[in-house]
Design a protein around this ligand. Structure first.
Ligand SMILES: NC(=O)c1ccc[n+]([C@@H]2O[C@H](COP(=O)([O-])OP(=O)(O)OC[C@H]3O[C@@H](n4cnc5c(N)ncnc54)[C@H](O)[C@@H]3O)[C@@H](O)[C@H]2O)c1
Length: 407
């Protein structure tokens, strides 16, 4: 098939590469000319395990441009542009612009929206351009994006035209995943409800982590394992830490709450999920203060800057929020990250060993390389805010979500 992908960020670039790998020709479109030039040279600006190799192997089937007229031959155009939350509400301007651009160059290409949009968006856009739009929300996780695109749990396809929906299903047939054919509105809400539920699991386990810290003998990792073994609950998204960040959960929970408010509804559970999340950094700071006292003038080394492991995505990173909060308390920050080597105003080190002399080494992201390190034995103090350290090797590390004798 000839397919177009519009918006070449974390979702678009992975989608385009995987679709190309399955033998399709892919026209890749982005308004950012610099990104297009990089991609033409075979360079990536996002870090996603396995993506570089897969991308470079499939470049011959991919073309890169900012010119929408290049998608004329395409049968389906996947819209993967950003949908940020601005002043608490979703900003749909990029989706609207890209849908208008696609429909103005080609009247026949099927438009499939992968961007996360509030219910009613596809129907409204469809009325605007006078033709049907397919909703095909994306569920991939950064850090696992290729695997998630190749083997999703399900494909959700929403729309009013069976022919258009069938064409979109054809693209994803290689996954072998169950396909749900639904209305546009159901597809759009399935995406928001999924993200809100996963965010709720995280805030839930973070509340249980707080409780564990008050109970001698309790540890949230063990509790999470025990509840996660119940298949009705599931083991994923039960890692306690400093809360959810990134480019999806914070903005999507905000957008869902404000969308519901416009409909006259208060989403109490989602609001509490956000509130619990907002308290995590304060909690982390208190824990570090318990360990090393007043933070003024203290040197602290933060390990991990991105919102999770295996990505270079810094959007709404809790680690960056933590650094800002530590600085506001007068601490001096050094930071190490496996892929981020520069961050405005933060002194970066190239090796974890360079953190040796600091007052505390604080682990703020769950990269595998943070599990063990000889420096944890030599450092003055280590605080694990992501439950990543192997405590059998490093029993003296202070861990979030576990009882601490000096409480
Ligand atoms: N990142 C994720 O993990 C993830 C997962 C599932 C769903 N989503 C959703 O997918 C959408 C895209 O997310 P992302 O993280 O890939 O965004 P991103 O910011 O990484 O990338 C978006 C790209 O779209 C380009 N763009 C903006 N306006 C455009 C236009 N009018 N025409 C062409 N290109 C344009 C930007 O230059 C950018 O390269 C969002 O709605 C997001 O909520 C993201």
């Amino acid at each position: 098939m000839n397919v177009a992908v519009v918006g070449l960020g974390f979702v678009g670039l992975v989608t385009a590469t995987v679709i190309a790998d399955k033998g399709n020709s892919v026209t890749c479109i982005d308004v950012d000319g610099e990104k297009i030039e990089k991609l033409k040279r075979g360079e990536l600006y996002i870090y996603e395990p396995g993506l570089k190799e897969l991308f470079q192997r499939n470049m011959a089937r991919m073309s890169f441009t900012s010119d929408y007229s290049s998608l004329r031959e395409s049968e389906v155009a996947f819209i993967c542009v950003p949908t940020p939350t601005v002043n608490g509400k979703i900003d749909l301007s990029s989706v609207r612009d890209s849908v208008l651009s696609v429909s103005s160059v080609d009247k026949d290409v099927i438009i499939a929206v992968k961007s996360t949009v509030v219910p009613g968006t596809a129907s409204a856009l469809s009325s605007m351009i006078g033709r049907s739009i397919v909703s095909n929300p994306e569920f991939l996780r950064e850090g696992n994006a290729i695997e998630d695109t190749l083997h999703p749990d399900r494909i959700v396809v929403g729309g009013k035209s069976d022919v258009d929906m069938e064409k979109v299903c054809d693209v994803w047939e290689f996954t072998g995943a169950p396909i749900m054919r639904v209305t546009n509105e159901n597809a759009e809400l399935i995406k928001y409800a999924s993200n809100a539920f996963l965010a709720t699991k995280i805030s839930f386990i973070n509340e249980i982590a707080n409780l564990c810290e008050k109970i001698p003998g309790a540890d949230v990792a063990t509790v999470a394992k025990g509840i996660g073994m119940d298949h009705r609950i599931g083991k994923d998204f039960l890692r306690a830490g400093i809360g959810f960040g990134g480019s999806c959960f914070p903005k999507d929970t905000r957008a869902l709450v404000s969308f519901a408010e416009e409909k006259g509804l208060e989403l109490k559970i989602v609001k509490s999920t956000m509130e619990v999340n907002e308290e995590r950094i304060k909690h982390a700071i208190e824990m570090i203060e318990e360990e090393i006292g007043n933070l003024t003038g203290k040197n602290i080394c933060v390990l991990g800057l991105t919102f999770k492991d295996n990505t270079n995505d810094l959007r709404e990173s809790k680690s960056v929020e933590l650094i800002d909060a530590l600085r506001a308390k007068g601490a001096k920050i050094l930071a190490y990250d496996p892929v981020i080597k520069e961050l405005d105003g933060v002194k970066m080190v190239n090796r974890i060993e360079e953190c040796k002399g600091t007052d505390s080494v604080v682990i703020a992201s769950e990269w595998k390389e943070f599990e063990t390190n000889p420096i944890y034995e030599r450092a003055k103090n280590v605080v694990d805010l992501k439950k990543v350290v192997n405590l059998k090797v490093h029993p003296n590390v202070r861990v979030i979500g576990a009882y601490h004798a000096e409480n």
